[in-house]
Design a protein around this ligand. Sequence first.
Ligand SMILES: [Zn+2]
Length: 442
Amino acid sequence: MSILGPPVAIAMLSIGCQPAVAESEGDPSAGADAIDAATAADVPVNHDGLAAPSDASHDGALTTDAAVKWSPRPGPKWVKLGDVPLDKNGRSLPVSVTTTSSDRYLAVRVRPAVAAPGAPWCFGIDSVVLPDGTAWLDKLADGIGASSHPFGSQRALPQHGYGVFVLPNDGVSELPNGKVRFQVVLRDCRFDLPTKRVAGANRRGRYASLPKSVVVEAAREPALNNDAKLRLVIRVAVADTSGHPAQLGADSSWQAAMTRARALFSTAKIDLVVGRIASFKAPKSVNYGPGQRTQLDAVYNDAMSALTDGEADRAARFVPAILVRCLLRNDPLTAKPISFAGQTARIPGGAPFGPSASGVFIAREHCSGAASPLVGEKLGAMLAHELGHHLGLHHTDDTLGSHRASKGYADVMNITAGPSKAKGFTSKQRVALRRHFAVYAP
Ligand SMILES: [Zn+2]
């Protein structure tokens, strides 16, 4: 792994990915001002049943209007399980949902009845128990950072603003016939602490006012053929930070990035498709941290406005890939901002609700400006890595993701080896990726 500056930080509630920008890759000044035919040429064509690409010219500038639009696939159907009360410790009674062994996944969404921008709440589930008594997830511990440690055979990290969980995600287990039970937990994202309702308090997990209930929804879909080639659509938002048209670098560089990302996803038999490319205005540096999502959410919402045609389209099956100039993560442990090459807003992402970011962010430069921009194959590998997070994968050389690692294998999620050295996804990662509802049979 190549690191510029301080060592890799272990993010508590979201995973930041730091490598890759430090290595020299081409001329930083090359292709700096134009989003050109490069992007148009990259958009794949001739996929069955999809809208024909636009006639974007290859010899002129590609504007947002000329971006190619794919036929969107509607998102999963969410069924409301109820308005679930939370006690003064931010915990619900057990909630149950019936599944069958022929389901591809059980997705649970936990959200506030009304979005609360700026609130430090993270929404999680734990105590997930199958009909036969098997615990997929134990009760989340009360200590700081408890979410960063495995507490069962599955993974469900609490998430900012609302929570989306896709089970099972270990690449082995199947859904049971019967009721899966779980509890909802509300945590303080800033310190990864449990919340407590305490009169007069307003710090470190203790607040005078907490949400008294949350809306809990579930979605399920039938299993897909293990050998079927599936599709993952991304929509790419490119930050215009210079006042000039957004840049994607030289034609060959972006081509190389997508060729690399597609090759990595092909190891999971998933066809990675660029559904749309658009530019949008964004700050030069996007600053964020645990419980501090105001700027990340603002950038996300501006990107989504550029990438979608209204509310229904926001919920379509695609992953927003947001390319910004630089990402600066404020580390609460060192209080020292660190430049990251990639950041996935939630693991897994999808089923967007309200203004809370759900997508992958890629920084094309180091915030210090010292390193060469992230372009070409390294950009593609980083994109594949962040998409892996969005679909539910953790770093395989970390305890959270170790249950899906393959020994000695340079997989896409191995942060020590670095995404740029990856050969593909492991067999368990492949199963987990293919369960996520953003991936579908075309
Ligand atoms: Zn990562």
